[in-house]
Ligand binder design. Structure first.
Ligand code: FES
Length: 151
């Protein structure tokens, strides 16, 4: 872990304990997870208990304590998407990425998640890649989606 990056993030938030969530979000965005060393550095510098950072890290889904991929692929498993083949798409992505749902590829490029309704059921079945939404996805199209995010 690059301590310099954590320093920069802390300075950006004026080392304010009240900015802890924002600091953790920035660290998550930078490293794609919350490294233990980063949490220790942050809580030491903010003079707050390490447990406070862990409480937030485990409460909010935006945070991960284990390394995650640079790109997060989510497959909607809500009712509308499930009925229209969401599971088939999820299984195809597991094969494409050679990773189980909830897992991260060895090269740390992708994490694959199954999620509940994304709120755009008219587009079912829905897949998201980072902040991009793909609707009416056919399982044959998953390699094309992944290719857009490959290094
Ligand atoms: S069920 Fe998939 S977007 Fe609503």
């Amino acid at each position: 872990m690059d301590e310099q990056i954590v320093d920069t993030i802390l300075e950006r938030h004026n080392e304010q304990p009240s900015a802890l969530i924002g600091i953790l979000l920035d660290v998550q965005e930078e490293f794609h997870y919350l490294p233990k060393e980063a949490l220790t550095t942050i809580t030491d510098r903010l003079n707050i208990p390490l447990s406070r950072a862990y409480c937030l890290a485990t409460f909010f889904k935006a945070f991960s304590l284990v390394p995650r991929g640079k790109h997060i692929i989510r497959v909607c498993m809500g009712t509308a998407c499930h009925v229209r083949g969401g599971l088939k798409i999820l299984e195809k992505l597991e094969r494409d990425l050679k990773v189980k749902t909830g897992g991260t590829t060895e090269d740390l490029q992708f994490s694959l998640d199954a999620v509940n309704c994304l709120g755009c059921c008219g587009l079912a079945p829905v897949v998201t890649a980072d902040d991009d939404i793909y609707g009416k996805v056919a399982s044959t199209k998953t390699p094309k989606i992944l290719k857009k995010y490959s290094k």
